[in-house]
Design a protein around this ligand. Structure first.
Ligand code: NFE
Ligand code: MG
Length: 597
């Protein structure tokens, strides 16, 4: 048997349209992989010529998931251009809006988009409910808490529902899974715990979304952030609104600590063999000239991480404050050094993307967005394949100093840890000690998923401090929420950037302003960094690198590819965001469903 080319298109349980092509060898090991966005849409171009104060409201339409993040980054780019510092209340409220988004996003991602890559729903029908309750208690105790669902009767009720679905062949939301695949590693009891928490998380996420709307005005697409501050002064003044926020946060935090974290301990332990199989070292050493020092496992990927940093903890200034998530880069698996982020070293390349480009990677201030679709190639077998030596994605290829880097919760935890951040170190060390796992497990698919959970716990705790800080500040009589500015005076020919973190990783918005209007606008978003295609010299992207080296149990059921790609929490709407100003058709892309297999 020779090599086999497999296509997974569309990847489901993500936002947007993503295709992965992979080549597997005779041992079912993936030896090459390509990540392609098959959708084309957009925002950046319509911002040209607009009033800079309006950018945020339009920029947040880049996505329907991390809406408030684009909104805030866009407004921060304009504030950076106008040199405006926001008041303390505005800083805390923005942190609370973003924090709510992190909690909602991470919880929905783990349970509703990713968990079924680890949890075999149908196998849960074989569980013993009594033993399930014991098992739930066991993992909760590892996390130092009591289980969220503790009674055998509750598990039995949920199991009966699944048995009924399976018997009637009506799996509904659980239909079309790769149930029974040998790379599912949980016991029937553990699978039942996963399904039970999946269902409960549907209720909890609704409450977290309400929390996002308290200071944001609505969710998704909040509307209370403006250039200079926030508008929700009535909510800040009203102790009942602050109390409601705290009540919902308490409810969400309880679920994070008593269900999400225990489930991560359980999955981390059951999949620990993959997390430590040494697969990631291969990728680090495959980087041109660099020998990786971090040893990781399947899905570890390119082992270069970046965080712009985010969540200002004081009022010193936008790029000066102490940050909850520090900024920095950890490169080529060298976990002894953190490099400072220099925004001048960020660029986007289009060698392998369906855009024209100007011949060299472009800095976002001068970035262009000119589509040039060159299509797929139909081969003798009748299927259309990506032209992987040429252009093969609607996502651009972002580079830091010419290198591909991974962004996201794992990057934030690694950068913070290596930088010696006390809070991050405490949460990461606590997790590893309780799980009795080495730090190297983090450099893997399951490690990426664990890093997101660690970050969620940290966020749920720190938000309790922030909400009290806001209440105390308001009680002291400080109700200022906006810094006044004279638009005509500040809106000279200028430029600014909003570089911070979104749930999925480093997010930057760059705006150039001329004669009081937007002259150029570019956003480089987390999923662009992670899902982007190869760089100009063949440097693999984060998804691509993470998928390479993975062994699939059954090429007809590419569970492992999906699991690894899901661990990044793809959002392809965010990653591709261009549109023609007049709504004119820029390119036609026909999806041929026969190519999907
Ligand atoms: Ni569309 Fe997003 C996040 C941003 S993209 S979800 O988080 O920014 O990766
Ligand atoms: Mg962009």
């Amino acid at each position: 048997m020779g090599k086999k080319h497999i296509i997974v298109d569309p990847i489901t349980r993500i936002e947007g349209h993503l295709r992965i092509e992979a080549v597997i060898d005779e041992n079912n090991k993936i030896v090459d992989a390509w990540s392609s966005s098959t959708m084309f849409r957009g925002i950046e171009t319509i911002l040209k010529g607009r009033d800079p104060r309006d950018c945020g409201l339009m920029a947040m339409r880049i996505c329907g998931v991390c809406t408030g993040t684009h909104y805030q980054r866009s407004i921060e780019a304009v504030e950076d251009a106008f040199k405006i510092t926001i008041p303390k209340n505005a800083r805390i409220v923005r942190n609370l809006i973003q924090g709510s988004l992190y909690l909602h996003d991470h919880l929905v991602h783990f349970y509703h988009l990713h968990a079924l890559d680890f949890v075999d729903v149908v196998a849960a029908t074989k569980a013993d409910p009594e033993k399930t309750a014991e098992e739930a208690a066991k993992w909760a105790h590892v996390a130092g808490v009591e289980p969220y669902i503790g009674g055998a009767g509750d598990f039995k009720m949920i199991q009966d529902r699944i048995i009924k679905f399976v018997k009637e062949g009506r799996l509904g939301i659980f239909g079309n899974g790769y149930w029974g695949n040998p790379h599912y590693k949980l016991t029937p009891e553990q699978n039942l715990i996963g399904v039970a928490h999946y269902l409960k998380a549907l209720d909890i996420q609704r409450e977290l979304s309400k929390m996002h709307a308290i200071f944001g005005g609505k969710s998704p697409h909040p509307q209370s952030i403006v250039v200079g501050g926030v508008t929700c002064v009535q909510d800040i003044k009203n102790p009942a609104r602050i109390a409601l926020f705290k009540e919902l946060l308490t409810l969400g935090r309880d679920f994070v600590k008593r269900a999400y974290l225990p489930d991560i301990y359980m999955a981390g332990t059951m999949y620990a063999d993959e997390a430590t199989d040494g697969n990631a070292t291969f990728h680090a050493s495959s980087h041109k000239g660099a020998m990786g020092k971090a040893v990781g496992g399947t899905g570890g990927g390119i082992l270069s991480f970046m965080s712009y940093g985010d969540f200002r903890l004081d009022d010193t200034g936008f790029y000066k404050s102490d940050l909850l998530f520090p900024s920095g880069l950890v490169l080529d698996g060298d976990i002894s050094t953190v490099h400072e982020v220099d925004p001048n070293k960020i660029s986007e390349d289009v060698t392998h993307s369906w855009y024209k480009g100007t011949g060299a990677p472009e800095h976002p201030y001068d970035g262009t967005t000119i589509p040039e679709y060159t299509g797929l190639e139909k081969k003798e077998d009748g299927y259309a394949y990506l032209k992987t030596d040429e252009k093969y994605s609607w996502i651009k290829s972002p580079l830091y100093n010419g290198k591909k880097v991974e962004v996201g919760p794992l990057a934030r935890m690694v950068v913070g840890y290596v930088k010696g951040d006390k809070r991050i170190k405490k949460y990461v060390d606590n997790f590893l000690t309780r799980a009795n796992l080495p730090i190297t497990v983090l450099f893997s698919t399951v490690g990426r998923t664990a890093a997101r959970a660690i970050e969620t716990e940290l966020m749920s705790d720190v938000m309790m401090e922030w909400v009290d800080e806001l209440a105390a500040n308001a009680a002291s009589g400080d109700l200022s929420t906006w810094t006044e500015f004279d638009f005509d005076k500040v809106s000279v020919d200028t430029k600014g950037m909003g570089l911070a973190e979104a749930p999925r990783g480093s997010l930057g918005h760059w705006v150039k302003i001329k004669n009081g209007k937007v002259e150029n606008y570019q956003a480089v978003v987390p999923s662009t960094w992670n899902a982007g295609p190869r760089g100009p010299n063949g440097e693999v992207g984060a998804y691509e690198g993470a998928v390479i080296g993975t062994v699939v149990a059954d090429p007809e059921q590419p569970l492992e590819i999906i699991r690894t790609v899901h661990s990044f929490d793809p959002c392809i709407a965010c990653a591709v965001h261009v549109v023609d100003t007049k709504g004119k058709e820029l390119a036609t892309y026909k999806v041929d469903p026969t190519c999907a297999f």
